[in-house]
Design a protein around this ligand. Sequence first.
Ligand SMILES: Cc1ncc(COP(=O)(O)O)c(C=O)c1O
Length: 359
Amino acid sequence: MVAAILKEKFSHLFPQKQLFFTGSGTSALFLYLKATSISGKQILCPSNICYSVVFAIMESGNVPLFCDVDPYSGNITLTDLQQVIDQHHDIGAAVLPYMYANAIEDLPLIVQHCKEKGIRVVEDLAAALGTEYREYQPGTLGDAAIYSFGRNKHIDLGNGGLLGINTMGEFSIEILRPFHERASLVQQRFERAYKKVLYSTSHLERLESLQDLARNSASSYIGGFLPDTDYVKLLEKRLHEAMSEKKRRCELVSYIDANIIFASRLIQPYAFADGSNIWRYNLLVSDKGFKDKLINKLLEAKMPVSIWYPPINKLFSKEFPPKVIEFSRKIVNLDFSKMDRTAIATFIALVNRQVRATH
Ligand SMILES: Cc1ncc(COP(=O)(O)O)c(C=O)c1O
């Protein structure tokens, strides 16, 4: 039912040929890998991908294969992708997140390269709903796309996701059914605990390990979530508002960028491509001492800042691709979605005070 509504009323946001509502963005990827019988393969993804994507890859019987990223945008590039593909011969799919809703500049070439190598492409739009570029429409080039309505996303309903399919081929809906029917008790228990303990404090770094624990302990909820009428109504309402909210976010980012004192040695703006439905306001902070002090000051003032997304592959290997480290050392982001102008002004003042004190 949800998928039918999305298809009928919001095809500009979800332009794929077929849509399936899922329990989460994670489940959407899991279901895609299952439904296309990708198993026992390597799944290429950038090292700074959301850990729950890795969880879906492993749960589906595949292994993650990590790739470096551009040190300024945090997004995967054609060169980085080619390097990994050249060294491996058993890659089933590539999962490509739009970092903070920023454009994957090389996407058309990346998709073409993957096609030539028989690798499927899943565009990960979990943090990029409503993003549109002049050059191409996100979500239409890959074989599939995933979206999330989970915590802290553009549309935060606590849970829910979407799988959009562009190339049908051997994709079978039938294979999805047993997974969809598994709306398990564990899911419900997880939701209850999660909402109680974590929801309102989800930005604080010190709680991130707790979030990991909660999410990982929910392994058996993958696939199931049956939305009720209120959920569907709320989703529709928020999707109708999505484009005005996008405009508001863009204006806020321009305002912050215009008022922060950027000092090239210390702190630089993060450049979003036109058309991005900006997920978080980002700063690139070069000096580690300055960054630590800045984050402490911002957290003391209860600003929702984080260093999301950290490289994930430390769980799998001691070696990191070099550029992902460079990028993740610099990034500071602000979840400005619920901040009013006063809170934004406080953020700007705190950053500028720190810059002045250091300069
Ligand atoms: C880039 C990215 N991909 C996928 C996901 C997974 O979405 P969900 O939380 O709905 O499982 C998330 C969010 O957690 C994400 O940030």
